[in-house]
Design a protein around this ligand. Sequence first.
Ligand SMILES: [Ca+2]
Ligand SMILES: [Ca+2]
Length: 324
Amino acid sequence: MFSIKFSFLLISANVIITFGEPPKQFFRPDYEKYMPETDSFYKIYTQHKTFDDAKETCELDGAELFYPEDEDEAKAVISYWQETQRFHWIIIGVHAPFAPDVFVTIHGDSINTVYKKWGQGEPNSFQVLKKCVILRHILSISDAVCNHLYPFICKKRASTIRWNSLCDLPNRSYKYVEQLGRCYKFHTNPKNWTEAFRACNAEQGYLAIIDSQAEADHLVNITRMANKEDVEGSYLRGAIHLGFVKKNSVWRSIMGRPLKALGYNMWGTNQPDGGDRENCGSMFFNGKLNDIGCNQQCFFICEREIPLLENSINLRFGDYGVVQ
Ligand SMILES: [Ca+2]
Ligand SMILES: [Ca+2]
């Protein structure tokens, strides 16, 4: 009874709040900065990363590695990071992937179509080493080594947000399941357990935890339906990473509860069988649980609980006062 009532409340409230329209001026709670001039949201990442890792981090958020479209945006973003940060440059979404002196954006457009105020004497290395670009706080760009570590900023254009009302997410690949009152996404790009955990977290979900036979049945079903037959590469076929791990010899969900205390604890035949080599959790395609090596690449499923409605409204509409 409870779950039926709850989902009804959610659906009806969503309709009342949004009238079927995506919420205005909101992307994610961690993308705090909205600039009306660019109609975009920004997030500063202070943890330094390589170009590839920075780009992937933004993509996992559903955003993109920032680069300035023009001088106004370069100025505005520099001012924004200087409000809180001391660093003097960021790596941006411009690189030279195919020829050392041909710089393009991450979308493949020539640098000539965006901001390109090179510093004096820049770019100064046409060798293979410096194929990435940094934006300096003094309002200029320089070529830079892609594999060094830099702070960076992710950007999301509001016009590219595709809101998913039922899952309260800017991501339509999550599917709401009324019976369970939750949303799920099957990822067909194989990752190891830690990367899968990170990817779900970046999408504001978590690596799925099976709490009931009904939920196990659903995960088996979406696994069967997933478009996974043509996925190439070396990964383990037949298993799906899930949100449980072995800590001090006890299997626990990533939320900390022992697996035995959850509503589902069905191991596969002879599982767990990996001893110290298999400390991460997965399920076979038939829904039975399996211990797995944490470095093993395989598919995974993210789960999303819909946040309590009041919190969600406050976060979403914060300063805008659209709804009481
Ligand atoms: Ca669950
Ligand atoms: Ca095993």
